[in-house]
Design a protein around this ligand. Structure first.
Ligand code: NIG
Length: 406
C-alpha cells in the first residue's frame, strides 16, 4: 500500500497516551498504520499527499455497542412512546419475529447498510450483537452474518426470554447448546440483566458459561431501574457494563474501584458505556456521566443502534448530546467515543495481530476522520450538521469529500 501524508490539519486530536492535541499538524500512514505524527512543517515525504486545507482530524469513532442483525420496523412503537407509552424490554419480541422471517440476504443487506451509514459519519470500528434470533439456529445465523462483516461480535442469546418459554429453561439453553453452537463465531458474550429480562442468578449462569468458552464478558445493566447489573459486571470483571441509567452510589464506587483493582488503575477496569441516543429515544434519564467521570470511572459513549430503543448510527449525534445534555466536556465526550470505546472492547492497546484503535499514535491502526470544520468542538457547537469530510479505515480512504452539486 503506498504511504500517505495527510497534511495541513488545523487541529489534530490524538487521544494518545499523552492526550496531545496538535495544531498545524500532519500524519503519515503506512501499511494501514500510523507511521508518524507531528508538525506539518516537519513531515517526512510519502508516496501520496492529501491536503485537508485547515480542517480538524481525530480518531474514527469506536462504536462499542450496537444490535445490527435485525429485520423489521418499530416506528409505531416509537410513535406510541412519544405519546407517553413506556419503553419495555418486551418490544424485542417484535424484532425477533421479523428477524426469524427474514432471509440471510435481507439480514446481510440491512447490516451492511447500517455499517455504511455509520462509516459515513466517521465510525471506523463497530461492535455488534446477536439477540434477535433467540433460538439455536437463528442465533447461529445472526452470528455468522455478523462475523463476516465485523471483528467484534457479541452473543446476546440472553436478550429476552422468548414468548412462551420458561426463563430458567431458556437460560440453560442459552448457556448450553446455543452457546456451544454460536461460540466459534463470536468473541464476546452479553446478558440483559434487568427486571423483565434476566435476573442476577440467570445472568451469572450465562457469564460463567461464556467464560468457559473463552469469551470476553459484557453486560446490559441498570437501563430501566436500579438492579444487580453493574455489581455483577464488576464481580466478573466484564469489559463493559452498558446503559447505566439508574446507578446507586455503591454502583459508582464499584465501577471506580474496578479500575484501581486492575493494574493499579492503569487499565480501564469495567467501563461504563453510556448510550445517550437510547436515553432520548426511550425517555429515560441520561446515564450520570458527570458523577461517573468525577469518581474516576472509565466512560465510553456508543450509539446502540437497534430498531427498538435507539435507531441511529450517528456518533456525532451521541457526542453532541453528551456535551449539550450530559455535562461532559468536549474533550471527555470525544475521548469516550474513541479511546473509551476502544477500552470497552479491550482494543486500545495493540497486540501482534491487532493494532490499537481509538487513538492516533505510531503503530496504531490508521483509522482517521477529518471534519469539515477547524476544530472538533464544532461537533457539539454545530449539532446536527453533517461535518464528516474524509474517513480512513486501516489506511484506506472509505469516505471522501462529497462532490459539489450544481
Ligand atoms: O440495548 N436493552 C436491551 N437491548 C437493546 C434494545 C433492544 C430493543 O428494544 O430491540 C438496547 O437498548
Amino acid at each position: 500500500m503506498p504511504s500517505e501524508l495527510i497534511t495541513n490539519i488545523a487541529e489534530l486530536t490524538t487521544m494518545d497516551d499523552e492526550d496531545r492535541q496538535l495544531h498545524d499538524a500532519a500524519v503519515v500512514v503506512e501499511d494501514g498504520l500510523i507511521a508518524w505524527i507531528g508538525a506539518a512543517a516537519e513531515a517526512p515525504d510519502a508516496d501520496r499527499r492529501t491536503d485537508v486545507a485547515g480542517r480538524a482530524a481525530l480518531p474514527g469513532w469506536v462504536d462499542s455497542h450496537s444490535h445490527l442483525v435485525f429485520a423489521g420496523d418499530r416506528s409505531a412503537e416509537f410513535e406510541a412512546r412519544m405519546s407517553g407509552a413506556p419503553y419495555q424490554a418486551g418490544g424485542i419480541q417484535t424484532t425477533v419475529t421479523a428477524t426469524r422471517a427474514a432471509s440471510d440476504d435481507e439480514l446481510r443487506a440491512n447490516l451492511r447498510r447500517h455499517i455504511s451509514e455509520a462509516q459515513h459519519q466517521g465510525t471506523t470500528w463497530l461492535e455488534t450483537k446477536t439477540g434477535y434470533g433467540l433460538d439455536v439456529d437463528s442465533e447461529l445465523r445472526s452470528a455468522r452474518i455478523a462475523e463476516a462483516e465485523l471483528d467484534d461480535v457479541t452473543f446476546l442469546g440472553a436478550h429476552l426470554v422468548p414468548q412462551g418459554a420458561d426463563a430458567d429453561e431458556y437460560t440453560r439453553l442459552v448457556a448450553g447448546p446455543m452457546l456451544d453452537a454460536v461460540a466459534p463465531h463470536v468473541n464476546w458474550i452479553d446478558v440483559f440483566c434487568e427486571r423483565g429480562a434476566f435476573d442476577a442468578e440467570q445472568s451469572a449462569h450465562v457469564l460463567e458459561a461464556g467464560l468457559r468458552h473463552g469469551l470476553g464478558l459484557r453486560v446490559h445493566g441498570n437501563q430501566l431501574g436500579e438492579g444487580p447489573g453493574v455489581a455483577l459486571a464488576v464481580e466478573y470483571s466484564a469489559a463493559s457494563v452498558d446503559h447505566c441509567n439508574y446507578l446507586s452510589a455503591e454502583d459508582i464506587r464499584l465501577l471506580a474501584e474496578s479500575r484501581s483493582a486492575s493494574d493499579g488503575g492503569a487499565s480501564a477496569g469495567t467501563v461504563a458505556t453510556l448510550l445517550p441516543a437510547c436515553d432520548l429515544s426511550t425517555r429515560q434519564p441520561f446515564g450520570p456521566a458527570r458523577e461517573l467521570l468525577d469518581a474516576g470511572v472509565t466512560v465510553a459513549l456508543a450509539a446502540n443502534c437497534n430498531p427498538g430503543s435507539s435507531y441511529t448510527t450517528s456518533m456525532p449525534f451521541v457526542v453532541a448530546t453528551a456535551v449539550l445534555q450530559m455535562r461532559m466536556t468536549i474533550r471527555e465526550a470525544l475521548w469516550a467515543a474513541t479511546r473509551g470505546g476502544a477500552k470497552a472492547l479491550r482494543r486500545d492497546r495493540g497486540t501482534a495481530d491487532s493494532p490499537a484503535i481509538g487513538s492516533l499514535q505510531p503503530g496504531a491502526r490508521a483509522d482517521i476522520q477529518v471534519l469539515d470544520a477547524p476544530s472538533a468542538a464544532h461537533l457539539a457547537y454545530r449539532p446536527g450538521v453533517p461535518l464528516t469530510w474524509d474517513v480512513w479505515r486501516g489506511g484506506h480512504r472509505i469516505v471522501g469529500p462529497a462532490p459539489v452539486l450544481r
